[in-house]
Design a protein around this ligand. Structure first.
Ligand code: 5GP
Length: 210
């Protein structure tokens, strides 16, 4: 096991069940810490401030952008969403495997800053499953569901940039597979970017010399 934790970014279309998957991962295994995001969207029934999200006004959110408080932030269907930086940095230092459940723009921002982060895109077994889940959940109005499905079409263009695709067909199985992928990332020889960069630099020097 490496000393610092692995940062895992989990993205996926709205309604794919990422939230449930992450919840299950936290329930079943010990070493995970979930980053709680800030958002300007309205609180849903059953959500709590500081648990589901830190619910902020647009002004509060923009103040925090100014203060450079976010590791990343993005606009999703008309609202801001962002990852508070200090929690992530602290937990990783303590060796926790930190989970970010964020959309694609934010995921790419983090990947740029921290190329060693593991990126996983959760897919539904079919597009119909997604529509059924979004409608069945009953938490959003028709216009919002439409906007979220539109966003899913957009996001589907960027999936190739992720390290892994996880098809969420069975919750228990998917949770196990997710944990396995993160465990693999702890293997230094598998994802040791410092090592890869060192070899790359040495190769360049070697090439100039011959
Ligand atoms: P929801 O409104 O359904 O809770 O979330 C909408 C989208 O925002 C989801 O794709 C979710 O993963 C994403 N999201 C949640 N928190 C963050 C965040 O901190 N940053 C970014 N970039 N996206 C987030």
């Amino acid at each position: 096991m490496s000393d610092t934790g692995i940062l895992t970014i989990i993205s996926g279309f709205s309604g794919v069940g990422k939230g449930t998957l992450v919840k299950k991962l936290l329930e079943n295994y010990d070493n995970y810490a979930l980053s709680i995001s800030a958002t300007t969207r309205q609180m849903r029934v059953g959500e709590k401030d500081g648990e589901s999200y830190f619910f902020l006004s647009k002004e509060e959110f923009e103040n925090r952008i100014e203060k450079n408080d976010f590791l990343e932030y993005a606009n999703y269907v008309g609202n801001y969403y962002g990852t508070p930086k200090s929690y992530v940095v602290e937990q990783l230092k303590q060796g926790k495997d930190v989970l970010l459940e964020i959309e694609i723009q934010g995921a790419m921002q983090v990947k740029k800053l921290m190329p060693e982060a593991l990126t996983i895109f959760v897919m539904p077994p079919s597009a119909n499953t997604l529509k059924d889940r979004l409608v069945g959940r009953g938490t959003e109005k028709k216009e919002v569901i439409e906007a979220r499905l539109g966003r899913a079409v957009e996001e589907s263009q960027g999936i190739e940039n992720y390290d892994y695709i996880l098809v969420n067909d069975d919750l228990e199985e998917s949770t196990k597979r997710l944990n396995e992928l993160i465990s693999l990332a702890h293997d230094a020889s598998f994802r040791n970017y410092n090592f890869i960069n060192k070899i790359r630099e040495e190769l360049k020097v070697f090439r100039k010399e011959i």
